[in-house]
Ligand binder design. Structure first.
Ligand code: FAD
Ligand code: DHB
Length: 396
């Protein structure tokens, strides 16, 4: 089997890229090691930047997103028992949209299948070989091995995928920072405590109070790295969320049935070598941000936009320059998102034992709520910096 672009991974990066290539008449095969139901029900991200929503609208995949997404102007921060709204929309325009990642994935899978494009579910890429002329992938489907050749490989297989390991070790530029904390995330049948998401900074750590609908909340709690979920029965989760979110201006947090729980480590990682020959890395395969600030999914979509533009130039006009410049085009936006996520992470979490840590963090929080200049600077990145390359439909 041969295709123009082999896409490893049916997450936001791989599925967005597949759709953009399809619209340009470029063939691709998406290979996904998990089943369709698994990827369509995996609870993860929830906040889409304005450029991500605008791109999905331009790609014609945003009907349900526009109907069901919750449009937010900014977020709330709570510290010292007081709640403050940061209204980024008023200062710089645009919105953040609450729309769960699994719904994005469902929409993109449906469009992909309707367009006749293949997604090979339950199929893992187990080996990648690239030569000057083509790429060769070994696929494993429930014990049966096949081969796929392609002009290019898009490694959209997340942080634990196989594609990054194909980069030659010599000269690899990587940066890693791990934090001694993780996020314990829950989905619960309760009413959101504020009309838009809220970050609470507390001496014992962050709590995050987001939502998926009028009666379903998504909430996160800072816990030590290496925490065992079994040590967190429902009451303990609610007690801790209640302590961290206590305020003098809102009622106590509502408790309810917890229907999903998970742990996510906090890590910053950038592999600046985002390409090698015919292989290109996108999204979490190339970079991870800590979840504070909700940037990961949006960066994955932004990378897809850059690569689809470069591949479009190659297949339409034989232009190699955009492919060669792929990493350099993506990286400035990746680093700005890293910086934003690091700023929010270090301001909102209790990580250091240094007695000066909390007073310094509190001073930064005070500046966020008292200064419109600070709010505008935060809002520009939260609502989404422009993508490095715009999407232009080939027919336009
Ligand atoms: P993935 O979504 O990880 O997709 C990779 C796919 O590749 C997977 O489906 C995997 O099964 C498949 N795969 C792996 N290896 C192979 C193989 N060998 N062969 C075939 N297939 C393979 N981001 C935001 O923007 N906003 C948020 O609000 C937000 N909140 C988050 C909250 C939490 C708790 C977590 C954990 C993450 C959050 N993120 C958020 C991050 C976001 O979920 C990721 O950045 C996003 O999923 C990256 O998309 P991706 O397509 O690069 O990778
Ligand atoms: C959500 C996720 C985040 O990473 C964040 O910073 C805020 C909200 C969410 O899942 O709703």
């Amino acid at each position: 089997m041969h295709t123009q672009v082999a896409i490893i991974g049916a997450g936001p990066a791989g599925l967005t890229l597949a759709h953009m290539l399809h619209l340009q008449g470029i063939s691709s095969v998406v290979i996904e090691c998990r089943g369709r139901e698994h990827i369509e029900t995996r609870t993860r991200a929830g906040i889409l930047e304005q450029p991500t929503v605008t791109l999905f609208e331009e790609l014609g995949v945003a009907d349900r997103l526009n109907r069901e997404g919750l449009s937010h102007n900014g977020f709330y921060v709570r510290f010292d028992r007081s709640t403050h709204h940061l209204d980024f929309h008023r200062l710089i325009g645009g919105n953040a949209t609450v729309y769960p990642q699994q719904e994005v994935v469902k929409d993109l899978v449906a469009h992909r299948l309707a367009a006749g494009g293949p997604i090979l579910f339950d199929t893992a890429v187990t080996a990648i070989e690239t030569t000057a002329d083509e790429a060769r992938l070994r696929l494993d489907h429930r014990g049966t091995t096949t081969e796929l050749t392609a002009d290019f490989v898009a490694g959209c297989d997340g942080f634990h995928g196989v594609s990054r390991a194909h980069l030659p070790a010599a000269g690899l530029r990587e940066f890693t920072r791990t934090y001694p904390v993780a996020w314990l995330g829950i989905l619960a049948h309760t009413t959101p405590t504020t009309p838009e998401g809220m970050y609470c900074a507390h001496e014992s750590g962050i709590s995050v109070h987001s939502m998926r609908g009028p009666r379903i909340t998504r909430q996160y709690l800072q816990v030590p790295a290496g925490t065992d979920l079994a040590d967190w029965p429902d009451d303990r989760i609610w007690d801790e969320l209640t302590v961290r979110s206590a305020s003098d201006d809102h009622p106590e947090l509502e408790r309810g049935e917890i229907v999903d729980r998970s742990l996510a480590p906090l890590r910053s990682y950038v592999c600046e070598t985002m390409q090698h020959g015919r292989l290109f890395l996108l999204g979490d395969a190339a970079h991870i941000v800590p979840p504070t600030g909700a940037k990961g999914l949006n960066l994955a979509v932004s990378d897809a936009c850059v690569l689809s533009h470069a591949l479009g130039g190659w297949y339409r006009a034989g232009t190699r320059a955009h492919l060669d410049a792929y990493s350099q085009t993506c990286l400035p936006r990746v680093w700005k998102a890293q910086h934003f996520s690091w700023t929010l992470t270090t301001t909102l979490h209790a990580i250091s034992d240094d007695p000066m840590d909390w007073p310094l963090r509190r001073a930064r929080l005070a500046r966020w709520v008292e200064s419109e200049a600070e709010q505008a600077a935060l809002g520009e990145v939260y609502l989404g910096l422009p993508f490095p390359t715009p999407w232009r439909h080939p027919a336009a």
